[in-house]
Design a protein around this ligand. Structure first.
Ligand SMILES: Nc1ncnc2c1ncn2[C@@H]1O[C@H](COP(=O)(O)OP(=O)(O)OP(=O)(O)O)[C@@H](O)[C@H]1O
Ligand code: SF4
Ligand SMILES: [Mg+2]
Length: 380
């Protein structure tokens, strides 16, 4: 990777008015109708994919969104990028309510919010050259950079650590990690202010994951681009996101700054995600009696989520109250400023450092120490 490459100067970090968030999501809801019945198909229920989510992202900030499969992460990401229309709630981008903006109203914003997808194989058109793929967004938006589009594409290839001479190659000529770099270059083509990265490294080899996370982090820091980084694994966003939210069945159940979430998780589900043990439910395995938890059972159906706390069917601390009262997402006693937890019976705030509990790939751990990843040339 060309880590020392000089990037363009970061753009203005502040978004609009002083201190105004870049993105503010409030009470966001997305229900997908479930059809049934014969001979007339009617709506018989709804998949409550996203059910009252609040997210605030400031310019240049990286916000991590984590949770198990099916909890509504991608739906949230797609709503933010307005690839989906919300059922309820508001999405405010740079002070403008875009919740129900139509195609024409969205046009000026489309370039500012970009997405990077999980699968670097299906997200690139196999019949287009890399040059065409990356310049596509510029063409669609009628953007003619100084020196021409080809020059800009070559610059972008260099920024993402690819050889600018590979302009005329096709996606199949690249490795998975390199394809994801092409996806990043395409996302950068319109100089976005916000990138929604939906599990951008999950499909990649573990050794390659760190390189791509490294690249994204570089982009975020040096170009001042804000990220909503979606992952199912807390270990990945740990290196990337200043703030982290944990989702469960369509809701955010805990959110806070990285340090607070990783060292003092208060929600049992966050605690469980940070634990990594292949055995039993709740076991203490050594003299220090550090709790190690393995989540039992499956995530309930989002068509009929449990009453009260949605996590109660899998929670080892659940009591009657958990079935009748939904715990609000609030700053509970002992939490740091901005660390919010939705639980009636939270974990103690004194949790010891959890590094040992986290399944952390050595390649990702190296990132924390600031060790650059290997050159992309080493990719398979
Ligand atoms: N277009 C759709 N129509 C109906 N249901 C949908 C649709 N898209 C998503 N869902 C459902 O909404 C829920 C949330 O899906 P979503 O893809 O947002 O989850 P996710 O957290 O991204 O999961 P994963 O980790 O598997 O990517 C799931 O139950 C899913 O089946
Ligand atoms: S509210 Fe109850 S069921 Fe939900 S996480 Fe807390 S203790 Fe568990
Ligand atoms: Mg998803």
């Amino acid at each position: 990777m060309k880590e020392d490459l000089v990037l363009p100067a970061p753009r203005e970090k502040s978004a609009g008015a002083d201190g105004e968030p870049l993105l503010e999501v409030s009470g966001l809801v997305k229900h997908f109708p479930v059809k049934g019945g014969f001979p007339i198909r009617r709506t018989v229920g709804a998949v409550q994919a996203v059910d009252g989510v609040d997210i605030t992202v400031h310019a240049g900030e990286s916000f991590g969104l984590v949770g198990e499969s099916g909890c509504g992460k991608s739906t949230t990401g797609r709503l933010i990028a307005r690839l989906l229309e919300p059922t309820g709630g508001t999405i405010t981008y740079r002070g403008q309510d875009i919740s129900h903006a139509n195609r024409k109203q969205l046009a000026p914003i489309r370039s500012e919010i970009q997405m990077i997808f999980q699968d670097p194989y299906s997200s690139l058109n196999p019949r287009q050259t890399v040059g065409k793929i990356i310049s596509g967004p510029m063409e669609i938006n009628g953007i003619n950079p100084e020196g021409g589009r080809e020059k800009r594409v070559r610059e972008l290839l260099e920024i993402v650590g690819l050889n600018p001479e590979h302009y005329n190659r096709f996606p199949h000529e690249f490795s998975g990690g390199q394809r994801q770099r092409i996806g990043v270059a395409r996302a950068l083509a319109l100089e976005p202010k916000l990138i929604v990265a939906d599990e951008p490294v999950s499909a990649l080899d573990v050794s390659i994951q760190a390189q791509v996370v490294n690249l994204l982090q570089k982009v975020q820091r040096e170009l001042g681009i804000a990220f909503v980084f979606i992952a199912h694994d807390l270990a990945v966003v740990r290196h990337f996101s200043q703030r982290v939210a944990v989702m469960y069945l369509g809701k955010i159940i805990e959110v806070g700054d990285r340090e607070s979430i990783y060292t003092r998780p208060r929600h049992p589900y966050t605690h469980a995600l940070l634990s990594a043990v292949p055995e039993v439910n709740l076991a203490t395995d050594d003299a220090t009696a550090r709790e190690r938890i393995r989540l039992a059972g499956d995530v309930p159906s989002p068509i009929s989520p449990p009453s009260g706390c949605r996590f109660r069917t899998r929670c080892w601390k659940a009591q009657d109250k958990c079935a009748t009262e939904e715990p609000p997402l609030v700053q509970i006693s002992g939490n740091r400023e901005g660390h919010l937890t939705a639980c009636h019976f939270p974990e103690e705030p004194t949790t010891e450092a959890r590094d040992e509990d986290i399944v952390l790939d050595p390649a990702l751990a190296a990132l924390e120490e600031g060790t650059p990843g290997p050159e992309p040339a080493q990719e398979a």
